[in-house]
Design a protein around this ligand. Sequence first.
Ligand code: GDP
Length: 336
Amino acid sequence: MTEVDDLVQGVREGRRAAVSRAITLVESSKPGHRALARELLSGLDSARPPRAELSVRVGISGVPGVGKSTFIEALGGRLTRSGHRVGVLAVDPSSRRTGGSVLGDKTRMPDLAADEHAYIRASPSAGTLGGVARATSQAMLVLEAAAYDVVLVETVGVGQSETTVAGMVDTFLFLTLARTGDQLQGIKRGILELADVIAVNKADGDREAEARAAARELGGALRMVHGRDRAPAVVTCSGLTGAGVDDVWQRVVDHREHLGADGLAEKRAHQQLDFAWALVRDELEQRLRRSGPVRRVRSGVRELVLRGELPAVEAADRILAAYDDRDDAGPGPGVN
Ligand code: GDP
């Protein structure tokens, strides 16, 4: 039996050590590992029962401090107690800058980390967002093969990470806080387009009434913009006390049911296509960066542009011409 066969079997049996090793493998960007990762994933895929229930994939986002880890701890515990197996993954492009992962850290979810029906994985700590997304979506497949039927993908409200996560889950949950003043201003516009469910968190103690009012206001505004049918549900919850957490989950389940089996399959298929292109764009950018000919013209072009002697459009043409002439390129059109 090869090492990969071994891993496939270990993952299918839900063995933690195998799951961890498999995820480490799919996170690796080494070319040799990539080939093994492909072998692993196709092994896991072919071992899947043909009519396996689709897992529930949920993205959870919100600014640092909104209470994501507290909420996931509360939700995850409820889910495992009701018989689910819960995997938690993180997408955190900022970890690249800090050099360490800030999300998915086990110490932030101590109960869930100790729960035998849950598996928490910190964000891969390096790489482009595309690379991290590739690792995360493959880690999701590993978890699903290991019979984790709920996968929560956590991300911070930074840059493109939310869009990336929304592109790999069935339902996108956005956690926010009650803020005085205009609710819509407190939230980036783009996120409202992505969110399927919005929860005003920390609705406890003194803040409960304020949170409820905020949720009503936001819900009303969204219904006006999107219409009653298409507006995301807006509810309140407290990850700390657990109040409303079941309701949030119910809204997630409702959203999935609203999609229906065909709608969900179609959504996932489109996500695959978009993701394929995102990976291509990511890889092209890497190749552009690594290209020898581009490196050779780069500093000259930079100088000229900074001195105002080369317009941006021409600079771009020069860089692209250098790239098309790249080391690994075959003869281009017209070359004989
Ligand atoms: P994250 O950065 O989004 O993961 O936020 P955390 O879960 O780490 O929470 C940030 C802070 O808010 C911590 O001090 C938590 O104790 C607190 N917190 C989290 N959830 C709640 C909540 O539901 N109610 C209240 N009052 N505080 C909370």
